[in-house]
Design a protein around this ligand. Structure first.
Ligand code: CP
Length: 302
């Protein structure tokens, strides 16, 4: 894995994914270790973020490394017209690894091809968010005790939600049964369904999940991605299409866990927060351990 970029979850073999999850378990037990001393990590966020940027920065700090970068493009020379090419080539000279979030699909792949250091995709438009997926896998394995043969409900914006695209591709390695719950306007794109079909995997599409919720091992709720809609009226039509409430969880499996990459808007009522099946804030914490593991793996630090 040393010096590899992480742009798509498919850049990692199953063995490499499991190695990262195992490393993350070590960081959960012992989060403060000086493994990145002398290393500089650049965090370039061309789009807003709370969890991804801050958990990466927390991970670097706990490992004794240093951070350079920006939290919004408006404070960089992009505002003067500098291209992504020139920004990446320049920043490569200042750091050992780049973490980048950018609104354009494919931008992370482009950056990885011109950077002289590994690039981690922290979200490229509606395409992929592989480090979120690794923390999701960590959370699923921790709560279910396995990644094998689970029934996963993925709910909400399956069209623009990059986290669900990466998660679906990753979970396809463990004989998952997928239930995709979305309004017609936000269904899982055909290219991702074809991905599953080519692997001979089962998926089911629904507009509602109240009748089948008792079958779920994991419910992965997602926000409708307002920023990806060109027409605000279209967003208004679907923004509150699913709202998970505590009373809906009455007849669910004892080991069910509710995940959400966050931020949430209305799709999980706050009355779910007190339910022991709610796991989204612990999931966000797992992001620190998982990102510590990803950084060490890509920098070849044992
Ligand atoms: N899950 C996630 O990507 O959250 P942020 O947008 O806050 O980074």
């Amino acid at each position: 894995m040393k010096n590899k970029s992480l742009v798509s979850i498919d850049d990692l073999t199953t063995d490499e994914i499991l190695k990262i999850l195992n490393l993350a378990e070590g960081f959960e037990k012992e989060p403060v270790q000086r493994l990145l001393e002398g290393k500089v990590i650049a965090t370039l966020f061309f789009e807003p973020s709370t969890r991804t940027r801050l958990s990466f920065e927390s991970a670097v700090n706990r490992l004794g490394g240093k951070i350079v970068g920006f939290a919004e493009a408006s404070t960089s020379s992009v505002t003067k017209g500098e291209t992504l090419n020139d920004t990446i080539r320049t920043v490569s000279n200042y750091c050992d690894l780049i973490v980048m979030r950018h609104p354009v699909e494919g931008s992370a792949r482009f950056a990885s091809e011109i950077a002289g250091v590994p690039v981690i995709n922290a979200g490229d438009g509606a395409n992929q968010h592989p480090t979120q997926t690794l923390l999701d896998l960590y959370s699923i394995r921790k709560t279910q005790g396995t990644l094998d043969n689970l029934n996963i409900f993925i709910v909400g914006d399956l069209k623009y939600g990059r986290t669900v695209h990466s998660l679906m591709m990753a979970m396809s390695r463990w004989n998952t049964t997928f239930n995709f719950i979305a309004p017609d306007e936000l269904k899982m794109p055909d290219e991702f369904k074809l991905y599953l079909e080519n692997l001979g995997l089962r998926y089911y599409e629904h507009n509602d999940f109240t009748e089948i919720i008792s079958r779920a091992d994991i419910i992965y709720m997602t926000r409708v991605q307002k920023e990806r809609f060109s027409d605000p009226i279209e967003y208004e039509k679907v923004k509150n299409v699913y709202v998970l409430k505590d009373k809906m969880l009455r007849n669910t499996k004892p080991n069910l866990r509710i995940l959400h990459p966050l931020p949430r808007v209305n799709e999980i009522h706050t009355d779910v927060d007190r339910n022991p099946k709610a796991y989204y804030f612990e999931q966000a914490l797992n992001g620190v351990y998982t990102r510590q593991a990803i950084l060490c793996a890509l920098l070849g630090i044992k």
